[in-house]
Design a protein around this ligand. Structure first.
Ligand SMILES: CC[C@H](C(=O)O)C(=O)SCCNC(=O)CCNC(=O)[C@H](O)C(C)(C)COP(=O)(O)OP(=O)(O)OC[C@H]1O[C@@H](n2cnc3c(N)ncnc32)[C@H](O)[C@@H]1OP(=O)(O)O
Ligand SMILES: [Co+2]
Length: 133
């Protein structure tokens, strides 16, 4: 089953500008930046209380973030949930008819194994599963 929300992913055009604005908003600076070439994204992470915010900038036009922004503009891109056993959760969701966007867990940012569920199976929300490595 799913645990707490692990992070909220926010698609931004300019990471530096967004970091400055979110530092003002949250009253805290990002604790790390990480490039994930496999996803074509540069990420920046904030911890606001117990809540983790992931800002994502596209590294190239093929990136899911680039396509999202092109189509829908900046904004909330996905909701990530913490799972204890991503393999077990992927099997459970597959067996319940959910469309998983990657067959096997893949390496995400912030030392996680991740998988995505198609937004059409979650009423328009892109859902990410995250297991700590
Ligand atoms: C660095 C890792 C990091 C981490 O936390 O570790 C990340 O979070 S990486 C985040 C970026 N990577 C991904 O998002 C990978 C999974 N995403 C995908 O496979 C695609 O983006 C997909 C399948 C969600 C959409 O693909 P695409 O945009 O090429 O297809 P469509 O435009 O046809 O979209 C289909 C349908 O879905 C709607 N859509 C697209 N993106 C989202 C979204 N983020 N949230 C909600 N809905 C979304 C899109 O509007 C289309 O709907 P329709 O009604 O048909 O117009
Ligand atoms: Co994410």
């Amino acid at each position: 089953m799913f645990g707490k929300i692990e992070h909220i992913g926010i698609a931004v055009k300019n990471l530096t500008e967004a970091e400055q604005r979110y530092t003002q908003l949250l009253g805290t600076s990002p604790y790390k930046r990480e490039e994930v070439a496999s996803e074509g994204v540069l990420t920046s992470f904030f911890l606001a209380g117990v809540n983790k915010i992931e800002l994502l900038q596209a590294l190239n036009s093929e990136s899911a973030i680039a396509k999202f922004i092109e189509k829908r503009g900046e904004g909330i891109h996905h909701v990530a949930y913490e799972v204890e056993d991503i393999y077990k959760e992927m099997d459970r969701l597959r067996n319940s008819g959910f469309t998983l966007l990657n067959e096997h867990p893949k390496k995400g940012a912030d030392n996680k194994l991740i998988c995505f569920v198609h937004p059409r199976d979650a009423h328009g929300v892109l859902v990410e599963l995250c297991q700590s490595i």
